[in-house]
Design a protein. Structure first.
Length: 626
């Protein structure tokens, strides 16, 4: 059996930032075709470690070895660009070497029109080599590859937009698309699913499952990790441990490992205690003798040296600092909490959705899901009274007190501290506020931090701290887990599961959806579908419903549109290849050099095979459309 080759290896690497130790003596390796999930709490150093592997930063000590000519694709979080062109041009720049080859081929074609004899033979030989290089490197598939990624990651609306105008999240999606197009040997992805909708996450999952290279992926998306990884690396307290399994099994294995380590620690502590007691007794007995017994003193010293030689086991950390809270409500709302009747919303004479109906009763836990741009957040804002419907009626029930958490909470609160914002909304003394905030991991001087400097996860913690101390009976949440690490997500999930009020949330976190919610409203193509169950159940029923009740006319329209796009791409490839074949036939007529003839004939044969493949593909597409 062939041994899997190593492509990256770290050897006892250490990194400090601003005088603070991030991690120390980390040793690991990535092998060919290995997909690794890198997990750990926020602030544990995951992104810093990835930057080192991506050659974006240097280690303070230790070494990193990369395989020679290793092609790395790295996508960080929230990267802003200075690229002056459009999204399409940025993605096309992935193939700059092939674009340059194509330009050189066109230039040679123009030059050869005015050449003859030896000059033409030399140019033909050069042309043949370039054409073979262009074809074998996938030059004829550039457009179709770009189209696949644009469609898969839902970038169609951004295609002609200037890169410099994109938001951080949009820019990250485009950067991800470029990295996937490059098909590197090693993909380094930092939270790739954060700005993707469910459809795009599923597409990315399939891409990585069929990816022929290796990948290291930082993610707090447990569902995603379970579907793609071959192993998990856990970065905690400056050290890392690798588990050759998926995420769910890793959780069980890690707990078993910690319990075993704690057992070993306890056994060693018992042994150390017994040795210390024996040393103490030996000394007492030695001193009680008259004269003092030197033999007993010697035994005590030998036992002390043996005790010093024991390699001490550090006490395992069974419980780390985590948020401690319970969302309670003493004031219940009426039975009917939120009702939307025949609601619609239009923007600039275009309907986002129409005739939508929604009903939330007391203690319902409802999630609204769907693709980006379908109107999920707009629906939430209607419930909050921040957006007025263009048609229909929104009714909020009696005694409903709403707590709203947005993924953009506190984005406009500059120069206000954590303590200021908390006390503005909760009537408590400074001391009481500090005690409450400490339960949400805001300790000491940190309460004086300006809220506009907080990370997304920290803003979420602050909002939850406020909710816990208000009489909220309806929680409206917009992507509440987006910036939380896994430990924090689990705490939030437990609190929301035990919440005695009503919850309405928008989320693309499938693990979270399955754990907390008992009803799903699926927003698609301007229609709101209701499924009384969790995400997995809703997805299964939606697929069954689509297969049984699909509108043949609409389905044909969608299929036809897709086929027309593919057909257009195929025709473009056919034209390019036909032109290349014509050029080769022209050159064959104007050369007598045997080697050049052989090269050109071989090139023509390759192009004709490619041409036939595309024609067959085109015929298949046409038959499907009929």
């Amino acid at each position: 059996m062939e041994e899997t080759k190593m492509i990256v290896q770290t050897n006892k690497i250490t990194k400090n930032i601003a005088g603070q130790l991030i991690f120390e003596d980390l040793t690991m390796q990535i092998k060919e075709r290995e997909i690794i999930g890198l997990v750990g709490r926020n602030g544990s150093g995951k992104s810093t470690f990835m930057k080192l592997l991506a050659k974006q930063d240097d280690v303070d000590s230790g070494e990193i070895h990369w395989r020679k000519q290793l092609n790395i694709g790295y996508v960080s979080q929230m990267k802003q660009h200075r690229f002056k062109g459009t999204v399409r041009e940025f993605l096309t720049s992935t193939y700059h070497h092939l674009i340059n080859l194509q330009k050189e081929l066109h230039q040679l074609e123009e030059i050869m029109k005015n050449q003859e004899g030896k000059q033409l033979e030399l140019s033909l030989e050069r042309y043949g080599k370039l054409l073979e290089q262009f074809s074998s490197s996938g030059g004829y598939e550039i457009e179709s590859e770009i189209e696949k990624v644009i469609t898969g990651l839902n970038l169609k609306k951004l295609e002609n937009q200037a890169m410099v105008t994109l938001s951080g999240g949009e820019s990250t999606k485009v950067e991800l698309a470029k990295a996937l197009l490059a098909k590197p040997d090693l993909l380094l992805l930092d939270e790739p699913t954060n700005h993707l909708d469910l459809k795009a996450i599923e597409w990315l999952t399939q891409f990585i499952q069929s990816f022929s290279g290796s990948a290291l992926i930082i993610s707090h998306d447990r569902y995603f990790l379970d579907e793609i990884v071959t192993s998990i690396i856990d970065l905690e307290d400056g050290s890392m441990h690798q588990y050759h399994t998926n995420y769910s099994t890793f959780v069980v294995d890690k707990e078993a490992k910690l319990l075993q380590e704690f057992h070993h620690y306890q056994e060693q502590q018992k042994k150390i205690k017994k040795m210390k007691e024996a040393i103490k007794r030996l000394r007492i007995w030695a001193n009680q003798a008259n004269p003092p017994n030197e033999g007993l003193h010697k035994r005590a010293r030998n036992m002390e040296r043996a005790l010093e030689r024991i390699e001490k086991i550090s006490k395992p950390k069974l419980e780390a600092n985590t948020m401690k809270f319970d969302l309670k409500t003493s004031k219940r709302s009426g039975k009917d909490v939120v009702s939307l009747e025949q609601v619609g919303k239009s923007f600039q004479n275009r309907w986002l959705f129409r005739e939508m109906n929604f009903h939330a009763r007391f203690q319902d836990k409802i999630a609204i899901i769907g693709d980006n741009g379908t109107g999920k957040s707009t629906l939430l804002k209607m419930m909050l009274g921040k957006v007025v419907p263009s048609e229909g009626k929104v009714t909020i029930g009696s005694q409903v007190k709403i707590g709203y958490l947005s993924q953009h909470s506190y984005s406009n609160r500059k120069n206000e501290t954590i303590l200021d914002v908390f006390r503005e909304q909760v009537a408590v003394t400074e001391g009481e506020a500090r005690n409450i905030l400490a339960r949400f991991l805001f300790f000491g001087k940190q309460v004086w931090t300006s809220v506009d400097q907080l990370s997304g996860g920290e803003k979420m913690r602050l909002k939850l701290a406020i909710f816990m101390n208000q009489e909220i009976n309806l929680l409206i949440l917009d992507e509440p887990t987006n910036h939380l690490d896994i430990d924090s997500k689990e705490i939030v999930e437990e609190a929301l599961s035990n919440f005695e009020g009503t919850i309405i949330a928008v989320s693309h976190d499938r693990y979270f959806l399955n754990k907390v919610f008992t009803q799903i409203y699926w927003l698609e193509s301007g229609t709101l579908l209701h499924f009384p169950g969790n995400y997995n159940w809703a997805r299964e029923k939606k697929l069954e419903s689509s297969q049984l009740n699909a509108n043949p006319t609409e389905e044909r329209k969608r299929t036809k549109k897709r086929h027309l796009t593919e057909k257009k791409s195929l025709k473009k490839q056919v034209i390019e290849i036909e032109n290349s074949i014509q050029n080769i036939e022209f050159k064959l007529e104007h050369t007598s050099d045997y080697l050049t003839l052989q090269t050109l004939l071989k090139e023509k044969e390759l192009l004709e095979e490619k041409w036939l493949d595309i024609i067959e593909q085109d015929i298949d597409e046409t038959e499907e459309m009929q």
